[in-house]
Design a protein around this ligand. Sequence first.
Ligand code: SF4
Length: 360
Amino acid sequence: MNTSKLKSTLKRVAAANRPELADLEYLLGLTDDRELALVYQYADEVRAQYCGSGIWLRGVVEFSSYCRNNCLYCGLNAGNKDLPRYRLNAEEILAAAEQIAGGAIKTIVLQSGEDPELDPLWLRDLIIKIKSRFDLAVTLSVGERSRQDYYLWRAVGADRYLLKIETSDRKLYESLHPDMSFTQRLRCLGELKDLGYQVGSGNIVGLKGQSLKQIARDILFFQENDFDMIGIGPFIPHQATALAAESKADLQLTLKTLALTRIVTKNTYLPATTALGSLGADYRREGLKAGANVLMPNFTPQPYRKYYEIYPGKRCINENAGDCGPCMEIMAGQINRNIDYSVGHTLKRGGEHGQKGTNY
Ligand code: SF4
């Protein structure tokens, strides 16, 4: 093990305005356990320095499993006719919001596939109701929409939006998303930022045909775009997709990507994703020790939870809403961290939030 090379590379990457691709590739290629431990420890120190010891909770409500797209890695793809589909009504979502607020969690994430029947006015009214009844930040994750829709929701107080780039490599992106365009994805991310949303993005690690260089470029893409949140998810093959026969992502490659994203982007909210907790065992603890500072408990009501099957073996599909809070307190305690029950708005740009974009 060449400790001095590793340490000097980590320092160089952390200090650079734009790290060298070759340095990131070298770090992503490490396999020695002691070297990996050093990378994770370094990321953990950067997390402590820029974000503190807190772990923020975001309560997720998966309100529609309908999707018009056919992403090659996703079990919700429109071609999967075996999956029972559901849509929650406003009352069911408001009941979930009440449970989230009752658990002292300050963020609700409203997530769905790209449901062609999602009425933007219905969602606008729902946001208004949530905002008037509960002390909750609202994060939306409903895919690619028109600027007008994004505007409509932001204007009534939606705070954040999650839209993963999945991969920053145009060719790989378009090979995985047959009905979609990389240019359109970038357009959406730009508009969300312009409208003053706190924007979350992220990637999938371990995709078929994905190189270390492409992952290194993803990390640089995250830095360039100064996202407020970034989700790093391991690829997990789903039986009803074109990638069913592929291998699942390597755990260490996922953790390295997470750690380097922390080291490069510093004060970003990085979840220990549910997918990381579903990679054969629950590796969210490892994620939290390698730079992550967010957990996303599931508040989708039963019996729907099992039908939101982006990948198989998803954690916590049999639990009831509200079971996750105590579990996450225990997880935080086990690694000498604490759950932070503040709202957890962006740590970027001096923590400013609520400012409207220039074209709002
Ligand atoms: S990843 Fe999202 S857009 Fe793609 S098929 Fe799955 S739910 Fe639909």
